[in-house]
Design a protein around this ligand. Structure first.
Ligand code: HEM
Length: 163
């Protein structure tokens, strides 16, 4: 299979994106709307897990139940963030692919996704070994998660200012 059609599609998309302000605004809006919908509950849950570590086992049990219901929503919203991010990237490949800031952000996005998988695995472990033995690991990955979300947010704003 030949991929020679890809540069043409990217070129056409780039021109379409820069000539249609309504489209570029809509995509940026979707990037930010999905971001708020993913990062908001994720940060609130990270904070709840950390506070539950101080409050003890009853709060930890309640937090565990809430945690189980939140992953699907975050994954769907993060998928929209990534899809709109890819559309913005392909609209200006020359700028973004040569930007260190862009690659720093993408590296942290990869860490965020990996850390998300670690949160789910730590949550399953708590269900197996109990809150007393398993909460420490869950609290560490939740703290890391909050740090990653906020750092990527900062790099995203910086990237737009630099583009
Ligand atoms: C695969 C994932 C992602 C890709 C490919 C991506 C790509 C991009 C690109 C190319 C821009 C610059 C748009 C422009 O200057 O015209 C941007 C903006 C931005 N990104 Fe992302 N991004 C991704 C994920 C994220 C995540 C996870 C966050 C936050 C935690 C985030 C936060 C932001 C913010 C705040 C902006 C500035 C939006 C604005 O002011 O219009 N991005 N993103």
């Amino acid at each position: 299979m030949t991929w020679s059609f890809v540069p043409t599609i990217v070129d056409n998309w780039s021109q379409y994106y820069s000539n249609h302000r309504a489209v570029s605004v809509l995509i940026r809006f979707l990037h930010i709307a999905a971001l708020v919908s993913a990062a908001g509950p994720a940060l609130a849950m990270d904070q709840r897990v950390l506070l539950a570590a101080l409050r003890g086992s009853r709060s930890q049990e309640e937090t565990l139940v809430a945690l189980r219901h939140i992953h699907k929503r975050i994954v769907i919203c993060l998928f929209i963030v990534a899809a709109t991010g890819v559309l913005m990237t392909t609209a200006d490949l020359a700028t973004f692919l040569t930007s260190r800031l862009y690659w720093a952000k993408m590296t942290l996005v990869a860490f965020l996704i990996t850390n998300g998988a670690l949160i789910i695995s730590a949550e399953h472990r708590v269900a197996r070994v109990g809150v007393a033995a398993g909460w420490g690991r869950l609290a560490i990955v939740s703290g890391l998660s909050a740090l990653l979300w906020l750092t990527i947010l900062y790099l995203g704003v910086w990237l737009t200012a630099a583009a």
